[in-house]
Design a protein around this ligand. Structure first.
Ligand SMILES: Cc1ncc(COP(=O)(O)O)c(C=O)c1O
Length: 378
């Protein structure tokens, strides 16, 4: 059966070249303290260097993280200390308090999946202890708290542009005295633009979608031969600017309705599958800009495999923690890593594609449940 292929990454419409550039730019792109690099990890590295942080300065970082932000901090020369998150994915105040020593300088918080943390509270917590607040909004570009953008509450805000729009790269930082502009050679970004166009076509055509779904595992298998699970954390050259294609296309893609469209798609899936959603993501705050729709399962890998059969390329993100994390000391974070995966809610999805996702989640979870029941009764 032919199947359109839907992934959590925003796709790039073919007609983007004919669109007008927007005169409106969302925060932080409109801010004078904003600098754009190729990746958010470059932005993090540059922020630490600009603040003059060194090995004597300790950054409190969450045990639930991607890994590349941790690597960027370490490469920038700072020391880190891990804190545990609560069941609601907030920093655990008890864990934080126990980690405070005189050389702690920064609290690093992550706005998971575009859902804002209580940044006002954490800024106050930092102010009371004379600490800096880093807001990692890599998954939360366009998210707001009471009409104020995330990233404006901390001393540093970091954003990924390509997670929200179909551009090839782009990581922004905003701070009062921003780093110098990136100086390394400009990359074109054309290959990644091509791939995002293919993804757009695969979302609309069953033939291309099925081809894509068939070819991808083969490419993955080839890549797996030399697989290094920590490669995705590598910093690369921190002075890399955003690609030429990102700079050309971004202003044609930004739109004031993006966050609301993502929220609408999220609400649609929440109405169908509330019982599968992990607690921190059960109620959608007004200012959230969901990056994806999270699903919790004891059999995440099996459900993901089934979803692919229905054309849905879900993502079990953050399975591998940064190697510096003593994983056994952080059971709550590890439970999120093993059990939570995500399906798409991006703004390019059509109504019929949302139905495809909802139906696929329904069938996949039921099929895995039945398979497990049968296995148990044998
Ligand atoms: C929470 C978080 N911070 C930072 C980053 C770094 O983003 P980039 O891949 O653009 O360097 C990521 C990437 O996935 C992330 O998830």
């Amino acid at each position: 059966m032919l199947s359109r292929r839907l992934s959590i990454w925003p796709t790039l419409p073919l007609n983007v070249y004919f669109r007008e550039s927007s005169s409106w730019l969302p925060y932080p792109l409109s801010d004078s303290g904003c600098r754009v690099f190729s990746r958010a990890r470059h932005a993090i590295w540059n922020a630490c260097r600009t603040l003059g942080l060194g090995s004597k300065d300790i950054v409190l970082v969450p045990a639930y993280h991607h890994g590349c932000e941790i690597e960027a901090l370490l490469q920038a020369g700072v020391s880190i200390r891990y804190y545990e998150v609560t069941e609601l994915l907030e920093p655990d105040p008890v864990s934080l308090q126990s980690l405070l020593t005189p050389n702690v300088r920064v609290l690093y918080i992550i706005h998971y999946l575009g859902f804002p943390q209580n940044a006002v509270r954490w800024r106050q917590w930092c102010d009371e202890r004379n600490l800096l607040l880093f807001e990692d909004a890599a998954q939360a570009f366009l998210a707001e708290i009471n009409n104020r953008p995330v990233g404006t509450f901390g001393h540093v805000g970091v954003f990924c542009l390509y997670k929200t729009y179909g551009v090839p790269d782009g990581g922004a930082v905003t701070m009062k005295a921003p780093p110098a502009r990136p100086t390394a050679a400009l990359q074109s970004g054309r290959w990644r633009v091509f791939k995002r166009h293919v993804n757009w076509v695969a979302e609309r055509s069953g033939v291309i979608g099925s081809l894509h779904l068939g070819i991808k595992p083969m490419v993955k298998l080839l890549k797996k031969k030399n697989h290094n699970p920590h490669k995705e954390f590598e910093l690369g050259d921190p002075f890399t600017p955003p690609s030429a294609m990102t700079m050309r296309l971004l202003s044609k893609l930004v739109d004031r309705t993006t966050a609301e469209r993502r929220r609408e798609n999220y609400r649609f899936l929440l109405d169908h599958h509330r019982h599968l959603v992990p607690r921190p993501f059960l109620s959608l705050p007004e200012g959230a800009c969901p990056f994806a729709f999270p699903i919790e399962s004891n059999n995440a890998d099996d459900v993901l495999k089934k979803l692919r059969r229905f054309g849905i390329e879900g993502l079990l993100f953050w399975r591998n923690a940064h190697p510096s994390l003593p994983a056994n000391d952080f059971p709550l974070s590890m439970a999120f890593r093993n059990r939570v995966f995500a399906v798409p809610v991006h703004q390019e999805l059509t109504q019929s594609e949302l139905y495809q996702i909802a139906e696929a989640v329904h069938l996949s979870t039921i099929q895995v449940k039945h398979k497990n029941q049968i296995a148990r009764t044998k």
